[in-house]
Each structure stands twice: as structure tokens, then as C-alpha cells.
Design a protein around this ligand. Structure first.
Ligand SMILES: [Zn+2]
Length: 173
């Protein structure tokens, strides 16, 4: 594994341990050339996925990108990092299990929405407000009604300006 700091190719594993309830192996690595330390994760990949963007362009599926989008939506929400990782793993597993090697970005977005909805109402609305664009006010009202039914309405009121909190990361999904 190449060192992300100096590009050296001879990094060493200092420690390996299971994480995410044994769904992944976490390895702590050190680079003898520059002393840089970093962590890698080993996970089961059922198949190589290609994402078809709205533009029609195809790009390799990137778990890290998905992870960042989800983390952005969940920023400052009371959800443990481990729980978020589990959710991302579950989303990836669902995408890999469709039987197709290509998946549309729309499909990914909907899968994320579903998962967030079960996890945290505020994060769900953050993600949805960017992902679905809410061109029509009625869409937004509908989502708020869904949230209210799930009991996160108080959180939503405290949330205030939902749109303001959503960085570009989600759009890049
Ligand atoms: Zn290095």
C-alpha cells in the first residue's frame, strides 16, 4: 500500500483488527521512509460497480465518496461513527446485490435516503433537500410530514435553515 504522504511503496502493517462487527479489518500502517501513519480498511466486495451519472457518464463506484456524503448529512447529529459505517456498508451491500454491475446515481441516492430515513430524520431531510432538489414546495412539505410522523419534527424545527447546512459533497454523489 503506497504511503499517502511521501508516495513510498514499502509501508508496513503495525496492527490488524476486526471492526464494524467483523465486517471489516482495520490495519494501522506506518511508512518507514517518512514515518507517516495511516489506516486502511479491508472489506468484502461482492462485485465491481459502475455508476451511471445523470449526464450518462460512467465512473467507478467510490465507497469513500458515498461515505463522505453520508457523513456530511449526519454532521453534528448524535450518531456514533461506527453506526454510520455500518449503514454505509449496508448501502453498499444492497447496491452490490442488485445483480447488475451498473447502478444509476439516482438509485444510489434513493438507497441512501431510505437508510438515512431509518437512522436520523434531520440527516434525511438534509440529504433529500439536496438530492431531490425540492423544485416544488409541495415535495418539501411532504418530506416534513414524513418526518413528523417519525417523531423528529422537534429536531427539524431546531435545525432551522436546512439548505444552508448542506455542502456540495452530496451533489457530487
Ligand atoms: Zn511515507
Amino acid at each position: 500500500m503506497r504511503c499517502p504522504f511521501c508516495g513510498g511503496e514499502d509501508t508496513q502493517v503495525k496492527d490488524s483488527r476486526p471492526t464494524e462487527e467483523h465486517a471489516a479489518i482495520r490495519r494501522r500502517r506506518v511508512c518507514p521512509a517518512c514515518g507517516g501513519r495511516f489506516t486502511t480498511f479491508e472489506r468484502v466486495q461482492l462485485r465491481e460497480l459502475t455508476v451511471i451519472k445523470r449526464s450518462g457518464r460512467k465512473v467507478p463506484f467510490d465507497r469513500n465518496k458515498l461515505s463522505r456524503s453520508v457523513e456530511v448529512a449526519l454532521r453534528k447529529r448524535p450518531i456514533p461513527a461506527e453506526r454510520i459505517e455500518q449503514m454505509v456498508s449496508s448501502i453498499v451491500r444492497q447496491l452490490e446485490s442488485t445483480g447488475e454491475s451498473e447502478v444509476t446515481s439516482a438509485r444510489i441516492g434513493e438507497t441512501v435516503l431510505q437508510a438515512l430515513r431509518d437512522l436520523d430524520g434531520v440527516a434525511y431531510v438534509r440529504f433529500a433537500s439536496v438530492y431531490r432538489d425540492f423544485r416544488e414546495a409541495s415535495d418539501f412539505a411532504e418530506v416534513l410530514r414524513e418526518i413528523a410522523r417519525d417523531g423528529a419534527a422537534g429536531d427539524m424545527q431546531r435545525e432551522g435553515a436546512v439548505q444552508a447546512a448542506v455542502p456540495v459533497a452530496i451533489k457530487k454523489l
